[in-house]
Design a binder for this molecule. Structure first.
Ligand code: NAD
Length: 455
């Protein structure tokens, strides 16, 4: 039995970032990983998706370059596009390997299984750990009526790297993965249909943002069925037929199931340690990420907090700092930004307009379209808007929603602002550089108090 100070199970963004911080704090972490460093985010999530999206954006720009006086013959080689995504993964993986070496972090390849409350077996080795962090992430949620087979019915795991694009695809689930993949595939010429059970695609975003993305996707000829459920998916000759509960039948070459993810706890032996899970299988923790067993913590997708890489990183760091005896403030999920990287891209933080109204908060809303922003007009990125939600009286910012080019970077203006309890007046009194897309955030702030300049 090997005694260790800290054992981290899983080397995704939750686990590997926690390990680096733990090493900095002298906790000598040992990390167990059964697959590759970087987890879903790096190997089959955020990073390869962003590489494919970057390629799609370049192709999109080439397709539309004539309006800027640039003429070229657009063409692409999907295999090379996928190669670009694989290269991005491998370069980033080498980066984590380097960081592990630099921080002298021991990595054990293998499957971890609890054998007792604080003991974990990995192959031949058994660890007795003072503290354990479970960061085992999530896996694709599989629905029996359209079970993923990896060929005709695929998940994002397959969609990112498949060698050949289908002529048509039905995307079941218009959430984050659904719209990002729909953007990539449709840009590269695939006939895409999205089916979403709720009333709109990206239903968790501010309603005006969902509406704008729907409008833009329709312009790209993406078909959208919202507010309908898939009854079943059947094979008909070489095609797949998606049968909806309103009687509509959609015939396609492939189906992408993107209806959410579920926690990865299979084979972990949680029962051997007495670690409790909730009714959906997520590991139960308190707000300090402590599980039902003292000294065992859980962070990231395996707990019931937003399934986002940056959230997992934040939770991992917070946990390690607590273990090291530091004073840590609880993670504030109200200030947890969400980003969707299709084009137009989407980013948000805080309350949507509907949420604020439902909470009975008296609000003001400020909005400014990119079509009235100088930089956006100059660079042909006029789609979308910035929307800011404030508490009516003092103008305190309680929500910000951006759809348009650069949204996922622009949202950062609101992060420290909201953390510091800023009002729209603080934004207005900050000189914004000209010409930039971030002037649209300034104008949205001005709009909330009826003082817009450029509209
Ligand atoms: P999601 O929860 O974002 O979206 C799933 C969508 O499927 C929902 O809108 C839901 O209403 C719909 N749905 C569920 N069952 C359905 C059915 N039977 N028929 C039709 N629609 C159905 O889940 P996801 O897109 O699979 O992503 C999984 C997780 O990964 C999410 O938590 C997401 O935040 C995260 N993720 C984040 C990013 C990012 O930050 N850019 C990218 C990819 C994934």
């Amino acid at each position: 039995m090997e005694k260790v100070k800290l054992l981290i199970i899983g080397a995704g963004p939750g686990g590997y970032v926690a390990a680096i911080r733990a090493a900095q704090l002298g906790l000598d972490p040992v990390v167990v990983e059964r697959l590759d460093l970087g987890g879903t985010c790096l190997n089959k999530g955020c990073i390869p998706t962003k590489a494919l999206i970057a390629a799609a954006e370049v192709y999109d720009a080439v397709l539309n370059s004539k309006t800027m006086g640039v003429f070229c013959e657009p063409s692409f080689d999907w295999i090379k596009v996928v190669e670009h995504a694989k290269n991005a993964v491998s370069k980033n993986r080498k980066g984590i390997q380097f960081l592990f070496k630099k921080n002298k972090i021991r990595l054990v390849n293998g499957v971890a299984e609890f054998t007792g409350t604080k003991t974990v077996r990995v192959g031949e080795i058994e660890f007795d750990a003072q503290n354990i962090i479970i960061a085992t992430g999530s896996k694709v949620k599989d629905i029996p009526v359209f079970a993923v087979d990896g060929e005709k019915i695929i998940s994002s795991d397959h969609a990112l790297f498949q060698e050949k694009l289908p002529e048509s695809i039905a995307v079941i689930g218009g959430g984050v993965i659904g719209v990002e993949m729909a953007y990539i595939y449709s840009t590269f010429g695939v006939n895409v249909t999205i089916i979403e059970a709720l009333e709109t695609i990206i239903p968790f975003e501010d309603h005006e943002v969902s509406k704008e993305l729907t409008k833009e996707f329709k312009k790209k000829k993406i078909k959208i069925y919202a507010g309908v459920c898939v009854e079943k998916v059947v094979k008909r000759d070489s095609k797949m037929v998606v049968i909806l509960n309103n009687g509509v039948e959609i015939e396609v070459d492939q189906v992408l199931s993107s209806v959410g993810r579920s926690p990865n706890t299979d084979g972990l032996g949680l029962d051997n340690a007495g670690i409790e899970t909730d009714e959906r299988g997520f590991i139960r923790t308190d707000s300090c990420f402590r599980t039902s067993v003292e000294g065992v913590y859980a962070v990231g997708d395996v707990i019931a907090t937003p399934m986002l890489a940056h959230t997992a990183e934040h939770e991992g760091i917070s946990t390690v700092e607590q273990i090291a005896g530091k004073d840590v403030s609880p993670v504030d999920y109200h200030l947890n930004p969400g980003c969707i990287y299709c084009q137009p891209s989407v980013a948000s933080i805080g309350y949507s307009e509907r949420e604020a109204v439902e909470k009975g908060i008296e609000i003001k809303v400020g909005k400014f379209p990119f079509s009235a922003n100088g930089k956006a007009v100059a660079s042909n990125h006029t789609t979308g808007f910035v929307k800011v939600i404030t508490e009516a009286e003092a103008g305190k910012i309680i929500g910000a929603h951006i759809i348009g080019y650069g949204a996922t970077d622009l949202i950062s203006e609101f992060l420290p602002a909201m953390k510091l309890g800023a009002t729209v007046h603080d934004i207005i009194e900050s000189i914004h550089p000209h010409p930039t897309l971030c002037e649209a955030t300034l104008e949205a702030a001005l709009n909330s108090i009826g003082r817009t300049i450029h509209m």
